[in-house]
Design a protein around this ligand. Structure first.
Ligand code: AHR
Length: 513
């Protein structure tokens, strides 16, 4: 009888063992490992739906505590996130925006129709001063996406002078009249947005010429202001776009090339942000993981024309895109944010970290109340989404040196299709602490990884995890802290090997010293 019981026990143990795959991970440091630019952790705020108005900006007279009209709870949350840069005012809105409409006394500002986003009236009450002062409060670098599609070279050039020149020229004197004597420091300038689409439906050859013209007049002979000019980049896998831009724009005129890619179930059938099944989850992971191939292929084209690696790949729009929440304006792109979004954030940031040699900047779309937001608001209520928590856990990688990782991922299988279940990136910060970020996207299976940390010299390890019971779980205004990072202890460090068990659909960040 005892023997039979022991046999059953062995069988059960074998079964459990098989349920948990084991993955061996090694690290390969070298002197040429790149720095993970903090700007990979950038954000994006467009005049779209409730991102700016009724999101960031509630106005000076609001009963919601605010600083110059911007909610204090949002300011605090973004400071804690250490956001390195913020892109504004679009998106598609950027190529309809005339900056002079948004400066000067608010009561005198003209209104306009926000044609791409719900056709609502934009009253221009949040303009350049509001945005750039907010960036100063947040301690973040502004990234101005300026109008090329419906603007002129003169309007654009005057904007750069208004923002960055010392007083003494007409535009900077105009700024001083509007209440700001000192120039702001604005390094990042987007020269239009999605010029292949809402920016003007241009061909790349035409845009490359237009870009050359705008980029020339933004600067002087030597670009003495040190502007970082970013060309409107490719839509997803449009490699021809990147090829033409890299071929036709002289290196002296360009510092960055953009790329936009979103994650979804199907572009024409996006499905609900919270009510989705495994098949929809799997498809979303498929598009999110595609980012690796996109970055590799666009980077390979850039390598051809820029072997010195002087031009950055700037993924200035990424994130999950679903149907809007029921009863909300379809043009406002308001969606909830679940553990599925935490997976998108975790794997995408690992991809960017691992390609930090070329990806020097990226912007999650969008910060508040739009697409894969880190913050949602409802009246005076505010919540932090699972995506917020992933970005906060990962901010340890900002400006740290990449530690390249080598491993064969186990598969996440669904109906005969497979995806790599595990994603990892690692870095060493300026204090010498090492951080590993690990994601297991498998919806059902835990995965065990054995990390060879001998060379990393780990003596002690601590960890944080983001997980939840169901993929569809999310924070709500009634229960805003349902999903928050927890201390993680499911690992063993023995003889230079760190064994970690990653629960299904979880994100773990480990710190080793
Ligand atoms: O982020 C929403 C929209 O997506 C942006 O305005 C546009 O650039 C992209 O198509």
């Amino acid at each position: 009888m005892l023997r039979v019981k022991a046999g059953i026990l062995v069988l059960v143990l074998c079964f459990v063992q098989n349920m948990i795959s084991q993955t061996k991970v090694s690290f390969e440091q070298s002197d040429s490992d790149p720095l993970i630019s903090k700007h990979i952790y950038g954000h994006f705020a467009e005049h779209l739906g409730r991102c700016i108005y009724d999101g960031f900006y509630v106005g000076e007279d609001s009963s919601i505590p605010n600083t110059n009209g911007v909610r204090n709870d949002i300011i605090e949350a973004l400071k804690a996130l250490k956001i390195p840069n913020l892109r504004w005012p679009g998106g598609c809105f950027a190529d309809t925006y005339h900056w002079k409409d948004g400066v000067g006394p608010k009561e005198d500002r003209p209104t306009m129709v926000n044609k791409w986003w719900g056709g609502v009236v934009e009253d221009n009450s949040f303009g350049t001063h509001d945005f750039l002062n907010l960036c100063e409060v947040l301690g973040t670098e502004p990234y101005l996406a300026a109008n090329v599609g419906s603007s002129t070279v003169q309007e654009f050039t005057e904007y750069t002078q208004y923002v960055t020149r010392e007083v003494g020229v007409p535009m900077s004197d105009y700024r001083a009249e509007n209440g700001r004597k000192e120039p702001w420091k604005v390094t990042f300038w987007g020269v239009g947005n999605e010029m292949w689409g809402c920016g003007g439906n241009m061909r790349p050859e035409h845009y490359a010429d237009i870009y050359r013209q705008y980029a020339t007049f933004m600067t002087d002979w030597t670009n003495s202001d040190g502007m970082f000019r970013i060309a409107s980049g490719a839509n997803v896998a449009d490699y021809h776009w990147t090829e033409v831009l890299m071929r036709d724009i002289p290196k002296s005129l360009i510092e960055g090339v953009a790329l936009h890619s979103y994650s979804f179930v199907e572009w024409d059938e996006k499905g609900s942000s919270t009510k989705f099944d495994e098949s929809q989850y799997f498809s979303t992971m498929q598009t999110a993981l595609k980012m690796e191939e996109l970055v590799d292929k666009h980077a390979a084209i850039m390598d051809k024309y820029d072997p010195e690696n002087e031009i950055a790949l700037v993924v200035d729009e990424w994130g999950g895109w679903y149907e809007v929440e029921e009863g909300t304006n379809p043009g406002f792109l308001y969606q909830q944010n679940t553990m599925r979004d935490a997976m998108i954030a975790g794997i995408t940031l690992n991809i960017f970290n691992n390609r930090a040699d070329r990806v020097k900047m990226a912007n999650l779309a969008q910060t508040v109340n739009v697409l894969q937001a880190v913050i949602l608001t409802d009246g005076d209520k505010m919540l932090l989404t699972p995506t917020y928590h992933v970005l906060k856990m990962y901010n340890v990688h900002q400006n740290a040196t990449l530690i390249p990782v080598k491993f064969e991922s186990p598969s996440y299988e669904f109906k005969g299709e497979t995806l790599p279940a595990i994603s990892i990136s690692a870095s060493k910060d300026q204090q010498g602490k090492k951080h590993l970020s690990l994601v297991n996207i498998d919806s059902k299976k835990s995965n065990e990884v054995e990390l060879d940390v001998e060379a990393l010299g780990f003596k002690k390890v601590s960890g944080t995890i983001l997980k939840s019971g169901k993929l569809q779980d999310h924070n709500t205004f009634d229960s805003p802290n349902q999903i928050t990072p927890q201390e993680f202890g499911d690992f063993k460090l023995k003889k230079g090997k760190l064994t970690v068990t990653l629960p299904p659909f979880s994100v773990v960040v480990l710190e080793g010293e």
